[in-house]
Structure formats: structure tokens, C-alpha cells
Design a protein around this ligand. Structure first.
Ligand code: AMP
Length: 451
């Protein structure tokens, strides 16, 4: 199978601003939570594209001198979150290529579900691939397309791919932004304060660079940015919205507006719903930082049980998920989270987290709280049991590693050594995000994948 190295990521595009690469750089800082493995920016000075990409955090990849070399008034950027084990720099983005129409760079958030099939076909026709990224398929499809213009070639190429994609393309003179017809991954459009436009995975990037939110790029829509012209919009596909509900549960930053709603408010609603349907007598509500914070606040406000910071998080340790082996993951959880003994000792504690995936984090946390003297530890999860992998751009492990796909509620409770365990249900989750119709993808919780 193709390696899924192109998953939960962030994309940004800046068009029509003198300091495009700097704004892309700042935006990537705001989007760092979407990927910490690698970062990159391509800019265009109208004649030539310039690219820098490297493994590591945004602040380590770029400095003042490097940014100065990324000349021009348009730039696209990417932060990458890869699955375990792959550390090739070739798999960082933007993906850059020279082809018969000139130069282009692409950044991509999402997952092409037919990537393997498309790649095999391309290879059979003589294409040579340099990376494991599904994004490289797009480069080949564009380069091989028989259409005359890049715009037509992009439309031709995206018609051959399936799955989840929020994409930004950069040519010497234009920028294109596109979302798949399901709108799985977010992509918003904003106006920069001193002229020019920004597109970004999350609106928290707009806040940082002082941009005004205009609207989301619609599912199936392609935006074209060209000098001296209004933004042009083409409906490439009929929209069939299936927004990723996990963006609200865990992935997006709470200060972002995603799919038209505040992530913070959605998470708080989840906590309130959880308190209503899964109450328990206790002295304190504490979050697993940072993901569980808004839901724990909601739980506390709804239940009237005081909220405390019972666990400290060391912010200088990366996400525990990234580590390939179980042993490393265990160690990293330990390094990352420590108990506030004075708060917890002798107390009945409700601990709120946004999700349980493998169960490693919860088990470690319950044990840690008990060791710190908690009298009872009640685990409350502000999403339903994670029972299925994601094929649309979130890095969830295979089914055999998902604890809720392999154990009953009681077994999980026993495994994590909690006094009680309860999850949010699907209905309450949908209510928390004000879902009135079937516009969300809940496959990781419900197994309802695309047909
Ligand atoms: P686990 O130890 O595998 O059960 O991981 C659960 C923890 O990882 C929770 O605290 C979540 O906030 C967090 N989490 C859930 N999904 C992901 C993901 N796709 N990537 C990184 N962290 C995640």
C-alpha cells in the first residue's frame, strides 16, 4: 500500500501582497498545530518560483535570510503531519515541478482515496515518482493533461482524483485554491489589511496577520487569483458537504471558525451535552490539556462541579501520537503531562478528554491521578468511541489499534483503570455542532464512510 504521508496538514496561500512569504510564514505559525513534521513555502516573483522546505517546526525551517530569498507577491505554504516512520525531506511540501507550461507548486491537505490506482496507471504510462505523496499524482496529471491552460488542466486533473483535498496551487502569475466536493477539510478565504488575499486551512491564521474573513471556499469550488482581476470562482463539482466532525472534536484550534462555527463553542457544547447525559458525583472537573479544556469548561458549567487545572502540560514536547512505538508513546505522555498533586489529592475527579484513540493517554492519566492521591477518577470523553480509521485526511491508526473497536465500554474502563468511563453519543455530538442535516462526516465514530 502507498504510504499515507500526506494527511493532517495545513495549507496557506497569499496573493497580491509585497511581503507574501512573510505573511505565509506567520500564517504557518498559527497553523502549526495541524502538523509539526515539516514546513515549506513557495513564492513567485512573477518570473520564477522559489521554494524552501525542510523537516521541523516552522520556526526552525525559516529565518529572516531564508524568507528574504522567497521573493514575490504571492506565496503558498504548508505544515506537514506525517504518519510514523517516514522522514524523507522529499515528502515535505510544497511539491514543486517544471512542466511544459512553466513552473508550479502545490500544497495539499487531505487524502486522495484512489491515490494508489491513479499512481499505478501513471507509472504504467512511464511516470517516474520521487515521493510517496499522493499530491505528486496531481503534478503528473496536470503535466500530462492535453488541455492548453493551467486552469483547464487543474480542472481536468482534479476530476481524476477522489477523496479529500483542500489544495492551493501557485504558478508564476496566478494562484488557485480548491476544495473537494465534500468539503472534508476546511479552507477559508480572507482579505489582507493592505491589499491582497489569503486562503488558509483555519481562520486563526487570518487573526494573526490581521486579515478579514470573507467566506469559506465552497466544497467543489475553485478560486482563481490573478493580478488586476477580481477573484474568479468556478463550480467544478456539485457540492455534497461532508465536513469532518473531528476538526471540531480535536484537530482545529479553538479560536478558529471552521465550517462556519466557532470551534471553541462547539467543544464547550460537547462538554455540556456530556454533563447532561453522563453525570457523575465528583468534587472536581479537570481537563486533559489542551484538547479537553473547552469540553471540561462546558462540563463544569453544566454540572456545577468546580473546574480546576489538575494536570500541567509541558508545551515543549510534541504530540505523543507522532512516535512510532508504544514504548516511546508511553514515555512521551509521561514527559508531557504531570499532576497538580495539591489540587487532586483526596478528591473525586472527573477528567475530560476529547477522544480516546489507542487508550495509552487515558491509561497513563488515570494512573497518574491515582498516584497523586485522587480518591476516584471518572473519565469522560467529549466524542463517541473512535471505532474506525479515517481515509479523508486525519491520522487515525488502523482498526486493530483503536481500543474502542476491540473492547467493550467496561473492558476499556478496566483497561484504563478508571472508576467510571463514559462517552458522548452521536446524537449529542451532532447537536453540539448544530447539525440539522447530514453535512458532517462522522465515519471515525459511526463507520458511515462514503459509498
Ligand atoms: P491515545 O493515547 O491513542 O488514546 O490518544 C488519545 C489522545 O490523543 C487524546 O488526548 C487526543 O486529544 C489525542 N488525539 C486524538 N486523535 C489524534 C490524532 N489524530 N492525532 C494526534 N492526537 C490525537
Amino acid at each position: 500500500m502507498l504510504e499515507d504521508v500526506n494527511e493532517k496538514c495545513a495549507v496557506v496561500g497569499i496573493y497580491g501582497h509585497e511581503e507574501a512569504s512573510k505573511l505565509a510564514y506567520f500564517s504557518l505559525h498559527a497553523l502549526q498545530h495541524r502538523g509539526q513534521e515539516a514546513a515549506g513555502i513557495s513564492s513567485s516573483d512573477g518570473q520564477k518560483l522559489h521554494t524552501i522546505k525542510k523537516r521541523g517546526l516552522v520556526m526552525r525551517v525559516f529565518d529572516e535570510d531564508k524568507l528574504r530569498t522567497l521573493k514575490g507577491s504571492s506565496a503558498i505554504g504548508h505544515t506537514r503531519y506525517s504518519t510514523a516512520g517516514d522522514d524523507s525531506i522529499l515528502d515535505a511540501q510544497p511539491v514543486f515541478a517544471r512542466y511544459d507550461l512553466g513552473e508550479m507548486a502545490i500544497v495539499h491537505n487531505g487524502n486522495f482515496t484512489n491515490a494508489e490506482k491513479v499512481r499505478k496507471k501513471l507509472i504504467a504510462k512511464g511516470a517516474i515518482f520521487q515521493t510517496f505523496m499522493d499530491t505528486e499524482n496531481l503534478i503528473h496529471l496536470i503535466a500530462k493533461s492535453e488541455k492548453d491552460k493551467l486552469l483547464e488542466r487543474i480542472i481536468d486533473a482534479v476530476g481524476k482524483i477522489e477523496g479529500a483535498f483542500s489544495l492551493v496551487f501557485l504558478s508564476r502569475t496566478k494562484m488557485f485554491a480548491m476544495r473537494d466536493k465534500y468539503g472534508f477539510r476546511p479552507l477559508s478565504l480572507g482579505k489582507l489589511p493592505n491589499g491582497g488575499y489569503i486562503v488558509a486551512s483555519e481562520t486563526c491564521a487570518f487573526d494573526l496577520v490581521g486579515a478579514d474573513f470573507i467566506r469559506d471556499v465552497e466544497p467543489g469550488e475553485l478560486l482563481i487569483f490573478e493580478e488586476g482581476k477580481e477573484i474568479q470562482s468556478i463550480k467544478v463539482f456539485e457540492p455534497q458537504p461532508r465536513h469532518c466532525i473531528f476538526e471540531y472534536v480535536y484537530f482545529a484550534r479553538p479560536d478558529s471558525i471552521v465550517f462556519g462555527q466557532s470551534v471553541y463553542q462547539a467543544r464547550k457544547n460537547m462538554g455540556q451535552e456530556l454533563a447532561r447525559i453522563q453525570p457523575v458525583e465528583a468534587d472536581l472537573v479537570i481537563p486533559v490539556p489542551d484538547g479537553g479544556v473547552p469540553a471540561a469548561i462546558g462540563y463544569s458549567q453544566e454540572s456545577g462541579i468546580p473546574y480546576e487545572m489538575g494536570i500541567m502540560r509541558n508545551h515543549y514536547i510534541g504530540r505523543t501520537f507522532i512516535e512510532p512505538t508504544q514504548e516511546m508513546r508511553d514515555l512521551k505522555v509521561k514527559m508531557k503531562l504531570s499532576p497538580m498533586t495539591g489540587i487532586i489529592k483526596g478528591k473525586r475527579v472527573i477528567v475530560v478528554d476529547d477522544s480516546i484513540v489507542r487508550g495509552t493517554t487515558s491509561k497513563r492519566i488515570v494512573r497518574m491521578l491515582k498516584e497523586a492521591g485522587a480518591k476516584e477518577v471518572h473519565m469522560r470523553v467529549s466524542s463517541p468511541p473512535t471505532t474506525g480509521p479515517c481515509y479523508y485526511g486525519v491520522d487515525t491508526p488502523d482498526k486493530d489499534k483503536l481500543i474502542a473497536a476491540n473492547m467493550t465500554l467496561d473492558e476499556i474502563c478496566h483497561f484504563i483503570e478508571a472508576d467510571s468511563l463514559a462517552y458522548l453519543d452521536e446524537e449529542s455530538l451532532l447537536r453540539s455542532v448544530n447539525s440539522k442535516d447530514d453535512t458532517y462526516c462522522t465515519a471515525c465514530f459511526t463507520g458511515k464512510y462514503l459509498d
